[in-house]
Design a protein around this ligand. Structure first.
Ligand code: SF4
Length: 432
């Protein structure tokens, strides 16, 4: 099973390969493998992660060729706009027409879109976001695996069910368990990118984390994202040297006072410094915030999207606040699904060209149709939880997480069937 389509190398220049997917050219960094024209590769996130044999590549490409173009057609038809996609609301119509021409909505316009109440207008915003997604990213949908290696955390974030004061039952996977779980995801199910996630100060020393990343890189062809909280500049450098190339670190809210209130002993500047330093080092950045966080305004949400873009995020991660019973925010409600979709669509309208937009597991927990709804509202990325079942329910940052009890095989089957039904290709194509 493949989560990327093999590409053929057309040329290599200064550490970058020009690769072609059925004639469509992309650039990919090839620091992990030595390449020559005519080689076949898998690429993820702008990196070549694996060179494969011509026989293996041609077999996969043969199986994919018709499906590839068929899926694209399904997606293009469903994302197209027609005469019914016109609003009698002239302000809305003007904003959307400009966005379709890649004129980014102003802050005031963004706020106007988030404040829309009527179902027809909201639907039109989502359809416009889906149209833009298809125009810039075609039918590609990233499918990253996420492996939660430890739920130990020294922080006390006010909304989190595994914070240091939550009383959560703790676990820390051994290196052998991590290698086995990564191996299953990569070798058996074909994942090409993995996010390694934990709490902050997660029970491993920096040397142990470096060893985990280096061990996975040594054994498997995979793009590794780290998500261990604020690991420090030294930590970022050492983990990059060990082979990680992506950082998932959300800032949760761009409102400094609210950030301080919900993250005792921490401040927003420190987190942003971390993200900026990681970007300068070469990390791919996944960041974003919480939707419906108690105390946050819609203006804060617009600022969150603007901040995410300014941090050079290659993927936007915006999920709903979900109240956890063991936190001080237990009594606050989760946001309405329509509000979550509104933020995903707005992110697409404001960052049409560059953003991968994740449909988060938190949103999937809020709504059983979240994946489909998010993907047709501007989203083009999902994550599949590859954490062993015996640990998965212990990473309960919010209760009753989606896919908590599903085997990896079940999750993969469901994800691929859903993507196929929407005409989406589980590939990195279109995003390099
Ligand atoms: S959100 Fe992350 S850093 Fe904060 S308490 Fe939870 S696991 Fe720790």
């Amino acid at each position: 099973m493949c989560y990327t389509i093999p590409a053929i190398v057309e040329g290599v220049h200064k550490g970058k390969a020009t690769i072609s997917y059925f004639g469509e050219r992309k650039e990919a960094i090839c620091e992990f493998v030595h390449l020559s024209p005519g080689d076949y590769v898998y690429a993820q996130g702008g990196y070549v992660v694996e060179k494969i044999s011509p026989v293996q590549a041609q077999k996969t490409l043969k199986a994919w060729k018709d499906v590839f173009f068929e899926l694209r057609k399904i997606d293009a038809v469903s994302a197209a706009l027609d005469s019914s996609d016109i609003s009698s609301n002239r302000i809305l119509q003007g904003i959307l027409e400009r966005a379709r021409k890649n004129i980014i909505p102003s802050k005031e316009e963004a706020l106007y879109l988030l404040n829309l109440e009527d179902a027809q207008s909201r639907l039109l915003v989502r359809r416009s976001a889906n149209y833009l997604r298809q125009q810039y990213h075609n039918n590609s949908c990233c499918v990253h695996g996420i492996l939660e290696i430890s739920n130990i955390c020294a922080r006390d974030c006010g909304y989190c069910g595994i914070s240091s004061s939550s009383g959560a039952v703790r676990y820390r996977m051994s290196l052998d368990e991590i290698i086995a779980a990564a191996g299953e995801a990569i070798n058996k199910f074909g994942f090409k990118s993995l996010v390694l996630q934990s709490g902050e100060e997660c029970g491993y020393s920096l040397d142990e984390l470096v060893n985990i990343v280096a061990s996975i890189k040594k054994k498997f062809p995979v793009l590794i994202f780290i998500s261990f909280g604020e690991i420090g500049i030294k930590g970022l450098k050492q983990l990059y040297a060990a082979g990680s190339r992506g950082l998932l670190l959300r800032f949760e809210t761009s409102n400094p006072a609210l950030y301080k209130k919900l993250h005792p002993g921490c401040n927003l500047d420190s987190r942003l410094d971390h993200l900026r330093a990681a970007y300068e080092m070469g990390y791919l950045i996944i960041t974003g915030g919480l939707i419906g966080l108690p105390g946050a305004t819609k203006e804060d949400l617009v600022n969150d999207i603007i901040l995410t873009s300014s941090l050079h995020a290659e993927m936007f991660s915006f999920g709903p606040f979900l109240p956890h019973p063991s936190t001080l925010l237990a009594a606050f409600p989760a946001p309405a699904e329509q509000d979550v979709l509104g933020v995903l669509s707005l992110a697409r309208l404001m960052c049409a060209e560059k953003a991968k937009i994740l449909v988060t597991t938190a949103y999937e927990t809020l709504s059983s149709s979240a994946r489909q709804n998010g993907l047709i509202a501007g989203g083009n990325s999902i994550m599949v939880n590859v954490t062993p079942l015996k640990y998965r329910s212990l990473y309960n940052i919010y209760p009753h997480r989606a896919h908590e009890d599903e085997t990896l095989a079940q999750q993969v089957r469901q994800a691929l069937a859903m993507l196929k039904s929407l005409g989406r290709g589980p590939t990195d194509l279109g995003s390099n």
